[in-house]
Design a protein around this ligand. Sequence first.
Ligand SMILES: Cc1cc2nc3c(=O)[nH]c(=O)nc-3n(C[C@H](O)[C@H](O)[C@H](O)COP(=O)(O)OP(=O)(O)OC[C@H]3O[C@@H](n4cnc5c(N)ncnc54)[C@H](O)[C@@H]3O)c2cc1C
Length: 389
Amino acid sequence: MKREVDLIVVGAGPGGSWAAKHAAKAGLSVLLLEKDREVGVPVRCAEGVSEKGLRSVISIDTRWIAQVIRGVRFIAPDGTKVDAYPGETGYILNRKLFDAALAEEACQSGAHLYTKANVTGLLMENGRTRGVRLRHIGEEKEIRCSIVIGADGIESRIGRWGGLNTAIAWTEMAACAQMTCCNIDIEPERVELYMGREIAPGGYAWVFPKGPRSANVGLGISGAFNPDKKALDYLKDFVSRRFPNAFAMTIVAGGVPIGRPLRDIVSDGLMLVGDAGRQTNPMSGGGIVNAMIAGELAAKTAAAAIKQGDVSVRKLRAYARDWTREEGRNNYLSYKFKEVISGFSDEDINQTARMLLKIPVEKRNAFNVFKAALIRHPKLVLEARKVFL
Ligand SMILES: Cc1cc2nc3c(=O)[nH]c(=O)nc-3n(C[C@H](O)[C@H](O)[C@H](O)COP(=O)(O)OP(=O)(O)OC[C@H]3O[C@@H](n4cnc5c(N)ncnc54)[C@H](O)[C@@H]3O)c2cc1C
């Protein structure tokens, strides 16, 4: 392992690998450090992406796709079923393969990947990040660099170590639990989303098919609702009602940031990408594509800054601006939607579902679904129009 490089990326998830790939392609010497022994494992994700989103960041290889999705079904608390987004394609990925493929692309572009490389601290000089401290297969090391990209996920410590305020209030976190269930009756090409305070207060439950009789079945509950049970207990209740014959092949828990975007994602010599920068969509909880978009933007700014010999926060803010323009603005709007929608009573949701049933199925696109949900909040509908049309 080199003692000094241009850029160190901490975490080989989608955000980190994509940043490493683009930085290496831009000519930087790049170290990609992953604490786990294997990239892509364990999977703490429902693995769903839209075709449009994925295609915007990478050319799609069918080997990573576990299941093609052709529609979404919303299920209201009273059982009303609303099919939506006909003609739109989505994928349930096999993230183990997907994450490994992204890391491989990073290496093929020239980045050096080390697994079992746990970053334990930052090297700081006069308040500026100058490298990392790590434990690699039992050995303590220090490596210097011009810029560190923290892509270390939801439990990120890199930002905090570098002086950024990345704290999330518990009201701005969704606690999630998920089982990959088999032996279940599903429509393999349709995602199901269940709403209601009894099922998932302040959030929703999902069924993301992974094959003809298996699916990622999970839910997220908002900390703001003071739920009286743990996410896993809500999930056990949901699975026993919806899929009484299911067997759980995996059970995972994890958090998703659903708050407003962070104020700062850069400091002198430091940038945050993906979940570490709280860049998931607060409405859907989706963060795979967002992390990759951010990774590529961060790499572009890092390459320009290093080549110009100026890695100050002022220079690195170009990345924060690019991110806000590309996705951050949408995330802020999604945050506002989520705030309104999570305040809906079960009866509000039932009424919205009945209203949607009056719209012909081929017109139930994202904009019309939001419009029906927000009919009493016309200002948000106007803002949404700017984003979706
Ligand atoms: C239950 C659940 C379901 C979800 N479902 C979806 C979904 O369907 N679609 C979607 O788009 N998103 C989903 N998400 C969100 C998605 O998983 C994340 O947004 C995405 O993984 C973010 O990528 P990332 O690269 O930022 O972080 P991660 O994928 O979390 O990668 C971070 C990496 O950093 C490594 N790391 C951490 N600390 C260190 C350290 N100190 N040193 C070295 N390495 C370190 C970790 O081991 C990890 O490999 C879900 C999340 C949860 C919890």
